[in-house]
Design a protein around this ligand. Structure first.
Ligand code: CAA
Ligand code: NAD
Length: 294
C-alpha cells in the first residue's frame, strides 16, 4: 500500500498560486494558513464586508504571533502580502488550486464551481471545503470533474491539523495528489477518504450534535451539558462548539446528513439548532448563539 501511495503522490502538480472562494470563517482561515506557510493566495468574496472580515482575522492572528515573539514584523508583512483580496475573477488564469469555501448550499456551490471552472486553466485543480455535501453531486455539472475533489479543513483552520481529501468517483490521481501536497505545504495532516455525506469526521460529529439536541429536548440544560463534556476532557462542549461552527452551517450540514443517513439522523422534532437558527442566533459569527459574545 505504501508503494502504491508513493506512486500516485508523484502525480502532484506544483502549487505556486492558490485561491479561496468565500472569505468567511473558513475562507479567512484558509487564506491565513496558506499565506503564513508561504503559498500566495487570492481570496475572493462577493462583498467587501466578507473580504474585510477575512483580512481582519488574518491580521489579528499574525499580530498575535509577532507580539509573542514567534514572528518578526517583516515576516508578518510578507505573509499579509501573500493574501490578495478580490471581488473579481481577474487573476484566476494563473491559479494552480482553488478551494471553494462559500455557504453550505448545493445550489450556490454548484453555480460558484461552474463559474470558477470557466475562469481557470484546464489544468487547475478545484476543490470544495464542503462539510457534508457529496463530492459527486458537486461534480455533476463540471466540465472537468477529473480535476475536482474535496479539501475539508476544520475550524479553527490555523489550529486544527487534519484535512480530509475526498476522492470523488471521477477525481484523478493528479487532483488528489496535488491537494494532498498543498495540505502538507500548509502544515496540515491530510487523509484521503472516500466520498459519502459527511465523509469521515462529520459522520462522527453530527450524530454527536444530534445526541446533544436530543438531551436538550429531553430537558437538559445546555450549559450543564457543556460543563460535563469539558469535565469529560474535551476542549469544549457541543453548544459552545456549535457557536464556533455557526448555526447556519450546522443546520444545513445537519440536513444533508439527515438526508444521507435517515435511519441514524432523521427526527420528527425541531432541534435546538433549528430554534437557534430560526431566531437568527448564528453563534460567534453574529455575536449570539447558545451563548452571547462581545
Ligand atoms: N484561531 C486561531 N488560533 C487560535 C484560535 C482560533 N480560533 N483559538 C485558539 N488559538 C490559538 C491561541 O492563540 C494559542 O496560540 P499560541 O500557542 O501561539 O499561544 C493556541 O491556539 C492555544 O490556545 P488556547 O490555549 O486558548 O486553546 P487550546 O489549546 O485550549 O485549544 C483549540 C484551542 C485546539 C482550537 C481547542 O479549543 C479545540 O480543540 N477546540 C475544538 C475545535 C473543534 O472541535 N473544531 C471542529 C469544528 S467542526 C468542523 O470544523 C467541521 C465542519 O465541517 C463543521
Ligand atoms: P461563512 O458564512 O462564514 O462564510 C461564507 C462566505 O462565502 C461569506 O463571506 C459569503 O459572503 C461568501 N460567499 C457567498 N457566496 C459567494 C460567492 N458566490 N462567491 C464568493 N463568496 C461567496 O461560512 P463558513 O463557516 O466559512 O463555511 C464555508 C464552507 O466551509 C461551508 O461549505 C461549510 O460547510 C464549510 N465548513 C465550515 C466549517 C465551520 O466550522 N464553520 C468547518 C469546515 C467546513
Amino acid at each position: 500500500l505504501k508503494a502504491k501511495s508513493k506512486q500516485w503522490e508523484k502525480e502532484a502538480a506544483e502549487v505556486k498560486q492558490a485561491a479561496v472562494l468565500g472569505a468567511g470563517i473558513m475562507g479567512g482561515g484558509i487564506a491565513y494558513q496558506s499565506a503564513y506557510k508561504g503559498t500566495p493566495i487570492l481570496m475572493k468574496d462577493i462583498n467587501e464586508d466578507g473580504i474585510s472580515l477575512g483580512l481582519k482575522e488574518a491580521k489579528k492572528l499574525l499580530s498575535k504571533r509577532v507580539a509573542k515573539g514567534k514572528m518578526k514584523p517583516e515576516q508578518m508583512a510578507d505573509a499579509l502580502n501573500n493574501i490578495r483580496p478580490t471581488l473579481s475573477y481577474g487573476d484566476f488564469g494563473n491559479v494552480d488550486i482553488v478551494v471553494e469555501a462559500v455557504v453550505e448550499n448545493v445550489k450556490v456551490k454548484d453555480s460558484v464551481l461552474r463559474e470558477v471552472e470557466d475562469q481557470v486553466s484546464d489544468d487547475t485543480i478545484i476543490t470544495s471545503n464542503t462539510s457534508t455535501i457529496s463530492i459527486d453531486t458537486l461534480a455533476t455539472n463540471l466540465k472537468r470533474p477529473e480535476n475536482f475533489c474535496g479539501m475539508h479543513f476544520f475550524n479553527p483552520v490555523p489550529m486544527m491539523p487534519l484535512v480530509e481529501v475526498i476522492r470523488g468517483e471521477k477525481s484523478s490521481d493528479r487532483a488528489i495528489a496535488t491537494t494532498v501536497a498543498y495540505a502538507k505545504a500548509m502544515g496540515k495532516t491530510p487523509i484521503v477518504v472516500n466520498n459519502c455525506p459527511g465523509f469521515l469526521v462529520n459522520r462522527v460529529l453530527f450524530p454527536y450534535f444530534g445526541g446533544f439536541a436530543g438531551l436538550v429536548r429531553d430537558g437538559a440544560d445546555f450549559q450543564r451539558v457543556d460543563k460535563v463534556m469539558e469535565n469529560f476532557g474535551w476542549p469544549m462542549g457541543p453548544a459552545y462548539l456549535l457557536d464556533v461552527v455557526g448555526m447556519d452551517t450546522g443546520k444545513h450540514a445537519n440536513e444533508v446528513m439527515a438526508e444521507g443517513f435517515p435511519d441514524r439522523m432523521k427526527t420528527d422534532w425541531k432541534s435546538g439548532i433549528d430554534v437557534m437558527y430560526e431566531n437568527n442566533r448564528y453563534g460567534q459569527k453574529n455575536g449570539k448563539g447558545f451563548y452571547a459574545y462581545e
